[in-house]
Design a protein around this ligand. Structure first.
Ligand code: FAD
Length: 498
C-alpha cells in the first residue's frame, strides 16, 4: 500500500511525486513508456546525428518560479532577445526585445506609420497587467469567477468576455500584426477567434506564464527539465516504474492495475493521481468518456546544415530564427486555413511558425555538428486538425504543403539546407494521429483536452473528480495545459490538505 499512486510520469506526475515524497509520503509512479517526461522530452530523433531535439514541447513559460524554487529544480532558462520575426515580401517585422527603436522602425516599415506600434505596446501592457494578477492565483486554491474578475480589473472584458479576434481587429489595422497576435490563440487549438472564446482561453495561457508571458528556452531541452524533476522525486524516495501501463483504476478501493513484461499487477494507493488525459482516465475507470478531444497541429523537427537565407537582407537569419518565425500567419491567412480545414481540406498555404533552439542553446548539438554550423529547426503548424489525417497520403501532403509554405518566405528552399544523416534526411513530422499513437494523446490534443478558464465556483484545487480518492494531476485539470507543473503542484497540495 502506497500513500499515493500516480498513473503517468509526465512532467506533472513528476512534480506531484516530488512534492509528495518530500512531504514524507510513499509514492509510486507508473509510466507506460520506457522513459519519463511524457510530452516534455528530448530525443536523438535522427540515428547517427548528434542533436537532441525537444521532440514535442519546446519552450517554457507557464512553469511558476515558485515551483522551481520549492523543488530546487536546476533549471536554466534563457530568454530570447528576439521574440518574433515575420517575413513580409522582401522585408519583415522584427520584434527585438533588446532594442525598442529598431522594433518601432520595423513596425513603421511594414505598417506604414506609427499607429500599430503604439497599439501593440498598449495591448501588451494590458496582457502584462493581467499576467501579474492571474499567474500567482494558478497555484492557489481556485477563485470564483467574480473574485478573479475583480482582481484582473480592466483587462477582463477583452481577455475573458469578448472574442479575441474581434478585440484584435479593433485594436490593430494591419493584417500581419493582427495575425502575429492571434497565433497565440490558436496553438494546438482549432477555433475561430472571431466567435469562439476557446481561442481566448488559449490566448490567456500564452500571455500569463509566470507573471510575464515570456517563452524561454530550457537549456539542454525539455528532457533536461523532466530529467531534473525525476531526479528530485527519486532522491526524495518516490519509486518510478517504467514500461508499466495502467489498465484499470478502482477509485473506491484505490486499486491500480498495471501491466509490465512480467504480467499484470495490482497496487493500492491511499490516493490515486491521474497524470492522464481525462478521456483515457474514463476508459480506465470503466466510465463513458466525454467527447473525444481533437488536436490541430503539425509538428516538424529538423536538423539543418546551416540556416536558410532570408529574402529580407536587413535581418541576420540568426536574429530571425532565434525567436518565433511566423510563416503565412497573417489574420486573413489564418482565417482561410481555418475555413479550409473546417471543410475537411488540408490548408493550401499552411500557417506555421518555426524557431531554432540551437541558436540559444548550442549544448543540444554534438561538438562536430556545432563546429559545422548545423542548427536544429522546430516547426509548429496551425489548423491541422486530426480529422484531416484519416485518409492515406494526407500526412505526406500536409508536410509537402507546409514546406512549400515555408519556402514561400525564404530566399532558398528549406530542402536545400536539410542535413542528411546516415539514415536519410533529418526531418520528422508528427500529426495529431501520430501523437495519439506515439504519445498516447487522445485525438492528438496537446493539452489533453480543451483548455479551461482559471476560475471555478466548485473544486478547491481544480484537480478533484467525483471520486474522493482520485485526483487529476495532468494537463486536463483546470488550469492545466503546457509545461507548467501547475496541475502536479495543485494535486500534491490537495493530497496534503493545504
Ligand atoms: C507538439 C507539441 C508541442 C508543444 N509545445 C509546447 C511548448 O512549447 N510549451 C509548453 O508549455 N507546452 C507545449 N506543449 C504542451 C505540453 O507539452 C503538454 O500540455 C504537457 O507536457 C502535458 O504534461 P502532462 O504531464 O500533464 O502530461 P503528459 O506529458 O502527456 O504525460 C502523461 C504521461 O502519462 C503516461 N501515460 C499515458 N497513459 C498511461 C497509462 N495507461 N499508464 C501509464 N502511463 C500512462 C504517458 O506516457 C505520459 O508519460 C506541446 C505539446 C505538443 C504535443
Amino acid at each position: 500500500m502506497f500513500d499515493v499512486v500516480i498513473a503517468g510520469a509526465g512532467h506533472n506526475g513528476l512534480v506531484a511525486a516530488a512534492y509528495l515524497a518530500r512531504a514524507g509520503k510513499s509514492v509510486l509512479l507508473l509510466e507506460r513508456f520506457g522513459h519519463v517526461g511524457g510530452l516534455a522530452v528530448s530525443a536523438q530523433a535522427f540515428p547517427g546525428v548528434e542533436a537532441r531535439v525537444s521532440r514535442y514541447s519546446y519552450l517554457v513559460s507557464l512553469l511558476p518560479s515558485k515551483v522551481v524554487k520549492d523543488l530546487g529544480l536546476p533549471l536554466d532558462l534563457r530568454r530570447r532577445r528576439f521574440s518574433s520575426y515575420t517575413p513580409v515580401g522582401t522585408g519583415g517585422l522584427l520584434v527585438d526585445g533588446g532594442d525598442e527603436d529598431r522594433t518601432a522602425a520595423s513596425f513603421a516599415n511594414i505598417t506604414g506609420g506609427g499607429h500599430e506600434i503604439v497599439a501593440w505596446r498598449r495591448f501588451y501592457a494590458m496582457t502584462a497587467a493581467a499576467a501579474t494578477a492571474i499567474a500567482p492565483t494558478l497555484i492557489e486554491p481556485l477563485l470564483p469567477r467574480e473574485r478573479l474578475k475583480e482582481l484582473v480589473g480592466a483587462p477582463w472584458t477583452d481577455l475573458f468576455e469578448r472574442p479575441i479576434g474581434q478585440v484584435v481587429n479593433e485594436l490593430f489595422a494591419n493584417d500581419v500584426v493582427r495575425g502575429v497576435v492571434l497565433t497565440d490563440a490558436l496553438i494546438g487549438t482549432f477555433a475561430d477567434p472571431d466567435v469562439d472564446l476557446l481561442a481566448n482561453r488559449c490566448f490567456l495561457y500564452h500571455v500569463i506564464g509566470d507573471g510575464t508571458g515570456d517563452w524561454n528556452v530550457p537549456v539542454g531541452g525539455m528532457g533536461a527539465v523532466t530529467g531534473g524533476l525525476a531526479a528530485i522525486a527519486t532522491k526524495a524516495g518516490a519509486e518510478i516504474r517504467v514500461n508499466a501501463e495502467v489498465v484499470a483504476i478502482d477509485p473506491a478501493t484505490g486499486e491500480v492495475t498495471y501491466r509490465d513484461e512480467t504480467g499484470e499487477h495490482t497496487v493500492t494507493g491511499g490516493k490515486v493521481l491521474a497524470n492522464l488525459p481525462p478521456f483515457t482516465l474514463a476508459r480506465l475507470l470503466g466510465e463513458e468518456p466525454s467527447e473525444r478531444p481533437e488536436g490541430a497541429q503539425l509538428k516538424i523537427n529538423m536538423v539543418l546544415k546551416r540556416l536558410p537565407e532570408l529574402k529580407d537582407r536587413s535581418v541576420d537569419p540568426r536574429e530571425a530564427f532565434s525567436g518565433t518565425f511566423h510563416i503565412n500567419e497573417s489574420r486573413d491567412q489564418l482565417a482561410l486555413a481555418f475555413r479550409q480545414a473546417s471543410a475537411g481540406e488540408i490548408p493550401t498555404l499552411p500557417p506555421a511558425e518555426v524557431y531554432c533552439h540551437s541558436l540559444t542553446d548550442p549544448s543540444i548539438l554534438g561538438a562536430d555538428l556545432r563546429r559545422s554550423g548545423a542548427q536544429t529547426m522546430t516547426l509548429f503548424g496551425l489548423h491541422m486538425p486530426a480529422r484531416l489525417f484519416d485518409r492515406p497520403g494526407a500526412k505526406e501532403e500536409a508536410v509537402r504543403r507546409t514546406l512549400v509554405s515555408m519556402d514561400s518566405v525564404l530566399a532558398e528552399p528549406i530542402e536545400d539546407v536539410l542535413l542528411t544523416g546516415p539514415e536519410g534526411v533529418c526531418l520528422e513530422a508528427k500529426t495529431p494521429v501520430d501523437l495519439e499513437h506515439d504519445a498516447g494523446l487522445p485525438g492528438g490534443h496537446i493539452f489533453h483536452q480543451d483548455l479551461s478558464w482559471p476560475y471555478a465556483e466548485e473544486g478547491r484545487w481544480g484537480v478533484e473528480t467525483v471520486h474522493e480518492r482520485l485526483l487529476l494531476c495532468g494537463a486536463g485539470a483546470r488550469r492545466g495545459g503546457g509545461v507548467s507543473g501547475i496541475p502536479g503542484h495543485n494535486a500534491a497540495m490537495a493530497v496534503l490538505g493545504r
